[in-house]
Design a protein around this ligand. Structure first.
Ligand SMILES: Cc1cc2nc3c(=O)[nH]c(=O)nc-3n(C[C@H](O)[C@H](O)[C@H](O)COP(=O)(O)OP(=O)(O)OC[C@H]3O[C@@H](n4cnc5c(N)ncnc54)[C@H](O)[C@@H]3O)c2cc1C
Length: 458
């Protein structure tokens, strides 16, 4: 255990590991110590969907995630794509023709911010699928398309994605999107960090010595102390407690986000499907009798009422199993982070019965709902749902956090940006929007009013 470090990073989730990677490997900083009480990438970073999109209605977020995707592409090329980054895209769907103008208007806005051209297709003739002919398997970074395709022909959609509901009226296929295998990316970065002398320590930072408003060292739960002048908080949803060790109130709140993981034995969702997102509110699929019984009970009536838009699904092949991940955050009430997180017992039923609206074949799994695995974690969010990346008001202290639902896709740009702050390098144009100091002088009440669960979120 080193007695001294140039930089200590508190937390080895994807944010902390990416910060260490950019400091040690890309900027050549020596004597960086990454401290985590858990195995690396085992808390929130193990619970996500691992997807990415360069489709944002906010310019700083667009520039940030776009940069991050570019960096991930570099790593994919450098590593022989060990983390299986793909380019299947996100497919936003509606079953309501009246919503098409809205879908188109929103797409035009993001396209104009830099998201790339919006191509409108009246039929399937000029649309390029995510697995063009000749491409064996949609892994890797092809087709190399940007922008989005708006396909307005329900019949053509049915030919492309026969598993979708018959009334699917339009789809917006955003192209510079996909997903990756985050644990593999994490392992690859950790190997590189170790090969350049960076250290990973399994311990908890229990105290920070910040006499005279300057970081001087950290004490670990094991009783050891590391002298350091620089501390980066990358503590994910535990960042409020980490901030308190510096006497700081970090302005974040937590939302619980879950997902179901189902082994797709009946092959309902083809393994080469893109991410599919239903953009209309959904009424869960019940038989008439079930509906009657549920609506009769005060505690169960909500199951027969419309749930909000945003249900999404993607296939996942991992550990020799073909599964699908179904994600739906219908309750965005801020809450305390408790571990392990507790999910609504009805969550698997709700997600599966919602999925059956988008993909009728999901009905085959209705009987097996009890066997479905649920996991997830907390989106740690600043009131404006932008990340917190940069210096804290204690000399030598920094934060890379509040990564909300974009911490996997944003991790490379976040790591690069925090490394630039710590080493005093030139900062990119989006750096200012993410500074901790943007909340100076803003009251707690104002920050609470600023919260908007839908801002920049699927
Ligand atoms: C259901 C769900 C779906 C998601 N989908 C996506 C997606 O598709 N795309 C995407 O980009 N993002 C997604 N996310 C978000 C993404 O997973 C997170 O933003 C990201 O993992 C946060 O990483 P982190 O490193 O900040 O936090 P974490 O992964 O939580 O890591 C924080 C680490 O800090 C450690 N720590 C805390 N305090 C201390 C201390 N005092 N001493 C030592 N160690 C400490 C913890 O042990 C932990 O390991 C999703 C999240 C969820 C929950």
């Amino acid at each position: 255990m080193p007695a001294k470090a140039e930089i200590v990073i508190c937390g080895a989730g994807v944010a902390g590991v990416a910060a260490a990677y950019h400091l040690v490997v890309r900027r050549g900083v020596r004597n960086v110590v990454l401290v985590d009480e858990r195995p690396p990438l085992s808390l929130t970073s193990a619970a996500g969907t691992e997807a990415y999109r360069n489709w944002w209605p906010d310019l700083s977020m667009f520039r940030f995630v776009d940069r991050s995707i570019g960096l991930m592409e570099e790593l994919a090329r450098e590593s022989g794509n060990v983390f299986r980054m793909n380019r299947r895209g996100y497919v936003f769907l509606t079953g309501n023709r009246d919503r098409i103008p809205e879908l188109k208007k929103e797409a035009e806005e993001v396209s104009n911010l830099g998201g790339g051209a919006l191509r409108v297709h009246r039929d399937g003739g000029t649309y390029v699928p995510s697995r063009p002919e000749g491409l064996a398997w949609p892994e890797g970074l092809e087709p190399d398309l940007a922008g989005a395709d708006l396909l307005l022909d329900g019949d053509a959609i049915k030919v492309l994605f026969p598993f979708l509901a018959d009334d699917t009226a339009a789809m917006l296929h955003v192209r510079r999107c996909g997903w990756l295998d985050l644990p593999s990316l994490g392992r690859w970065m950790l190997d590189r960090i170790a090969s350049r002398g960076g250290e990973l320590l399994q311990d908890r930072i229990s105290k920070v010595d910040a006499r005279n408003n300057r970081v001087r060292g950290v004490t670990l739960a094991s009783g050891s102390r590391i002298e350091t002048g620089n501390l980066v908080l990358a503590a994910g949803p535990l960042v409020p407690a980490a901030g308190r060790m510096l006497g700081l109130d970090i302005p974040v709140f937590m939302e619980l986000h879950g997902k179901i993981i189902a082994e797709d034995r009946a092959c309902v969702l083809p393994p080469d499907a893109p991410m599919m997102i239903w953009t209309d509110p959904i009424e869960l699929i019940w038989s008439e009798e079930e509906k009657r019984q549920l609506s009769a009970g005060a505690d169960t009536r909500y199951l027969t009422e419309p749930f909000p838009a945003g249900l999404h699904i993607r296939p996942r092949y991992r550990d020799g199993k073909q599964t699908f991940l179904g994600i739906w955050t219908y309750d965005v009430t801020p809450r305390e982070a408790v571990f392990p997180p507790e999910f609504d017992p009805a969550y698997p039923v709700i997600v599966l019965r919602g999925l059956a609206r988008m993909i009728p074949g999901m009905r085959v799994y209705f009987e097996a709902t009890d066997a479905l695995a649920v996991d997830g974690g907390y989106y740690c969010k600043a009131p404006d749902n932008l990340p917190l990346i940069g210096p804290l008001p204690v000399d030598g202290a920094y934060i890379v956090g509040a990564l909300s639902g974009y911490g996997a896709m944003g991790s490379q740009a976040a790591g690069e940006l925090i490394a630039a702050h710590v080493t005093g390098a030139v900062l990119p144009d989006y750096a200012k929007a993410f500074l901790f100091s943007r909340f100076d002088g803003i009251s707690d009440t104002e920050m609470r009013e600023m919260r908007d669960a839908t801002r920049g979120q699927l």
